[in-house]
Write a protein that binds this ligand. Structure first.
Ligand code: 6LW
Length: 502
């Protein structure tokens, strides 16, 4: 295996990739976090650098008020005639959107609504005559109607400049009958058009299936019993592989003229019950064409070596594009200029239980990791958290003379307190292996350690089982995000450090 796996670690689900000349660009979902839809660049499909975000200002998505799970779902990135396209669903918000930009780094436009179409996971492809096809999954998250039956894989033709459909939704091949046919992508290769879809649901049953036809509009058939592949052509279901939930993939030609599938997957930790602390991540596997059908290799773990470290003293003018906030942009809740060399956050009383806390976050990208920050709470209250959603978060905070650690899981809450050191202090969260002699210790993902102080003055407030901040228990679509936050007053942060290992 020549590729590292995970390819992009941490909460980066629903990847889509496009090759433009010798450059590769990849986009993923972001749900209720902003900025939305990160764009990564690579020349070799191995090293990836985030070069920006499609959604970098208010108005492009209506994520400000989406419920947890809503927001940017499953972008497809494509390129044609000098223009980059990202089609995406702003779930429980604006609807299905087409974003364009002449430069992949942005700025992207405000996004055009695909009028009257309610579905998820839009794909964009052009027929030989230039007709634009949007192929999507018939799950309505945007009309406001009660969820109805799944509509299968659907397709329209569309005028990309106005977002107006030029044909009625038409049903296409929708897989082998597994649940949630979704994530369609269309490709022309050799004599055929191929329709790749995910089915089985985004949990352990997830997989990728393929059918083919003579035109982008089909009809598509999987050739079952007539020399076609055994669908799903890719799935980790019921296997003991370290990477599970593999599905929702996009196909790309490799630099050496081969093929690869880039898809989401998870790394559950634990024994038979296993928990995926990092959420859905981006993985890759080799693919090839055999007898005019697509064949994919199993998705195997191949972690990058060594420790990955990100450090900042907040001396920069602007935050790097990886920082995210919840239902608002980092610049709306934080400042690098108010106290030069520090990041300040001003709280409005919202806590991590609320929809829009004053928080800027960094994804946890490795199962074994440590995050620390120097905090000067002034007369306010703020801290360091690890968050899945409003109902699932652990944090350690300082202010008003006390250090408080807290674990909040589905309305159940425990706190631990300690006198606060004077002035600025260091807060740390460590993600460590579970050790112990009972079977229970083998049944979790990790242990989360919340501590304050530095060196000999460091003191630990709590050790909490990590499984309650995982995809399987939190059940939101995101992953773990480490947050610097303020509840009250202006709280200043310095020397943020994240280090992790696979
Ligand atoms: C996405 C769907 C899915 O739109 O989950 O795993 C949804 N796949 O394809 C949200 O990520």
């Amino acid at each position: 295996m020549i590729y590292p796996n995970p390819l992009i670690s941490g909460f980066y689900p629903d990847p889509s990739v496009v090759k433009v000349g010798e450059d590769y660009y990849l986009a993923t979902s972001t749900f209720e976090y902003l900025p939305g839809i990160p764009i990564f660049h690579s020349r070799d499909l191995v090293s990836w650098t985030q070069i920006g975000n499609v959604v970098d200002r208010p108005g492009q998505l209506h994520s400000e008020n989406v419920p947890t799970l809503g927001g940017a779902w499953a972008p497809t990135i494509r390129h044609r005639d000098g223009l980059f396209y990202v089609v995406v669903t702003d779930a429980m918000a604006r609807g299905m959107l087409i974003f364009t930009s002449a430069s992949v780094e942005g700025p992207w436009d405000d996004g055009i609504l695909v009028k009257g179409i309610h579905g998820i996971d839009p794909d964009l492809a052009w027929g030989e005559d230039g007709t634009a096809y949007i192929t999507y999954s018939g799950l309505d998250t945007t009309s406001g109607a009660e969820p109805g039956p799944h509509g299968g894989i659907l397709q329209i033709t569309v005028d990309l400049e106005s977002g107006t459909p030029t044909s009625e939704p038409k049903q296409l091949w929708s897989g082998t009958g597994l649940k949630f046919p979704e994530a369609p992508h269309l490709y022309q290769h050799g004599d055929y058009w191929y329709l790749l879809i995910a089915e089985g649901g985004t949990e352990r049953g997830h997989g990728i299936s393929v059918a083919r036809g003579n035109s982008p509009a089909g009809p598509f058939a999987d050739g079952a019993g007539q020399g076609g592949p055994t669908n799903p052509i890719l799935s980790a279901r019921s296997t003991g592989r370290e990477i599970q939930n593999t599905g929702h993939g996009d196909l790309v030609e490799t630099p050496d003229g081969g093929w690869a599938l880039i898809m989401l997957g998870m790394r559950p930790g634990g024994m038979t019950q296993a928990f995926s602390a990092l959420g859905r991540e981006t993985f890759i596997t080799e693919a090839r064409w055999e007898n005019d059908w697509l064949v994919a290799e199993p998705v195997l773990l191949n972690p990058r070596e060594g420790e990955s470290v990100f450090e900042t003293d907040f001396d920069e003018q602007t935050l790097s594009p990886q920082w995210i906030s919840i239902r608002q942009f980092p610049a709306e809740v934080s400042s690098l200029s108010e106290r030069p060399g520090w990041l300040t956050l001003t709280g409005d009383g919202s806590t991590l239980d609320d929809q829009r806390p004053a928080l800027v976050g960094w994804r946890q990208q490795h199962p074994w990791a440590t995050a620390s920050v120097v905090i000067d709470p002034g007369t306010g209250l703020g801290g360091l958290s690890v968050r899945y959603d409003e109902d699932h978060h652990y944090e350690i905070e300082v202010g008003e003379g006390r250090v408080t650690a807290r674990a909040s899981v589905a309305g159940i809450r425990q706190t631990w307190t300690h006198d606060a050191p004077k002035g600025a202090t260091t807060l740390s969260i460590d993600f460590i292996r579970s050790v112990g002699d009972s079977m229970l210790s083998a049944l979790t993902s990790d242990i989360v350690v919340l501590s304050a102080g530095e060196g000999d003055d460091r003191f630990e407030l709590a050790r909490v089982d990590g499984r309650y901040l995982s995809q399987e228990t939190a059940a939101s679509f995101t992953g773990r995000v480490i947050g610097l936050y303020a509840v009250r007053g202006t709280v200043a942060f310095d020397s943020f450090r994240y280090a992790g290992k696979d």
